[in-house]
Design a protein around this ligand. Sequence first.
Ligand code: ADP
Ligand code: MG
Length: 682
Amino acid sequence: MEGRIGVTSENLFPIIKKFLYSDHDIFLREIVSNAVDASQKLKTLASVGSYNGNVEDQKVWVKLDKEAGTITVSDNGIGMTEEEVNKYINQIAFSGANEFLEKYKKDANAIIGHFGLGFYSSFMVSDKVEVITKSYQEGSKAVKWSCNGSPEYTMEEVDKEEVGTDIVMFINDDSKEFLEENRISELLNKYCKFLPVPVLFGKKKEWKGEEYVDTDEDNQINDVAPAWTRKPADLKDEDYHNFYHQLYPMADEPLFNIHLNVDYPFNLTGILYFPKIKNTIEVQKNKIQLYSNQVFVTDSVEGIVPEFLTLLHGVLDSPDIPLNVSRSYLQSDSNVKKISSHITKKVADRLQEIFKENREDFEQKWDDLKMFIVYGMLTDEKFYERALKFFLLGNTDGKKFTWEEYEDLIKENQTDKDNKLVYLYANHHEDQYSFIEAAKEKGYDVLMMEDPLSTHLLNLLEQKYPEKRFVRVDADVAEKLIPKEDDDKEKLSLEEKNELSPVFQAIVPNGKGNFIVDFEDLGESANPMVITQNEFMRRMKDMSQLQAGMSMYGDLPDSYNLVVNIGHPLVKQVLADKDASLNAELEKINQEITNEQNEKEALNKLREGKKDEEVPQEEKDKMKELDDKITSLEADRRSKLEAFGRGNQLANQLVDLALLANNMLRGSDLNKFVKRSIELIK
Ligand code: ADP
Ligand code: MG
């Protein structure tokens, strides 16, 4: 018998080949999963008493015949009668394929690798496909359907003893790779590893002397009852571990797992693992695998799993995730959204549970968990709220606290005069050592926040808690990190500051950012000079490196404060030196400036009440002359102070020591410092 398949286009096959070009290998998944379906259907019939034959031994065989150029997939499932071949293969499957291609012509790439084409995907790799099938129904005759890629097919009666179906694919010239045993093994391992009916391919191999040889034992590809399909109550820790290694043979032990099992309002099972993060590349290589009724679909789960969890490992299985649609559709699908938020909730619950049950263990794993948790808090509002209960802050002594515990710890001592709670943190223990020590000496606690996400996290926390703020230990001298009541320490007037600044401004290094010189009485036991970095500016710069659109901050030079401790004897000495060598000259200049200023004031008096055009030109000229003179006197004063600063060994030494303490003294500057130190010791 001959016929035409129910299809509108003259020849569908070139289109199939063209559109699905990049993902040819799904054909095997489709054909094998049809065989599995056929077996499952027969089992269902047997279970309701509609079939009396044996269903204990359901299997799928994949056979390769290199000489004949064929791949054959056989099953002992339900089979088809001639009418059924007509209906399912000629009409339904083909019209489905046709409709599918019409619909997704433009979007074909988005759906590649997902379901839709089923049986007809075999034509992507075949010149001809034969279906030899015998139905389970009593008295049915076996038939052979054959089609060479045109809409014409032939159907004839054949001899076949057993109930079931053979699909024979005559592989085309472009697809010869699929006639290699290794390639087929690879595909079966990728797509069929956890199908619920045994899939057999060749024989188990054994290492004999110099090569692998076939044994008598059938080589079963799949585990028919993978861990995620079983009840959590039936599984031991060991089973979860074994399953993990089944998925990722080379990976390190995971930290712990989360078994998902939902059947309402959607169907979802799976096991997710928190991996040990040795290095990110390794972690990224092993991805979460998405299955639909144990058939592998994809390992790109973006959209289904919230982004911060895409680095987890494991398996998700849901027949409710629409697979034959594009990614953008997936993201707006309400079922998918529900699944994603359910996963988030489950993960948070599990973390909370582990934290409560075994805090010590949780703390030990914290370094590996931190990245997921902080990332999750930053990107997922719901997760943030849940995580606040188990997210940990670590201090410089390695102790860990919850958000609540830490607040209790510092409340007493670290509340500033505006009643804000100040959280001190460091991001580099060694570089900021002296600041950390200074803060601790004041009885403060210092948090360690080394990783780049921390900056984002503390911004978020400040946003959530306006009455709290984070300050890095080197943002100011310890005395001023947490401003308390105004103290009665010695203070310099603005004029005094202005006059002294140039002495030190002349010494700070060029090309290392902007330095602002400030004066503070920090007492005799503090260092004579300290370099600090303004919290706001520094944080803006940090952020700009992590975030697009903020590069204007990134382009700014670093800005530092050089705090000169006027309470320190060595600084007092510098100031005394300055007085001794410059006082006479400076007094003269200052006197002159005062004179000019007096004269200027007198002129200003004359001008009072006059409009600009009423002021005689002569007076205007005089005014300008005075201004210029004052400017040049001031410049003169500054350059004298600068010259003094540059020439003063002690001042230079003190600035260098402050730079050194901040790890900012390098190269020729460091060399100069060493030479000068030797001079001074001699
Ligand atoms: P789907 O599997 O989504 O129904 P397919 O195109 O893969 O679509 O298959 C079309 C139909 O052909 C199946 O629904 C089934 O009825 C029939 N079929 C395909 N392969 C087999 C098989 N090995 N045994 C029995 N029936 C099969
Ligand atoms: Mg199918």
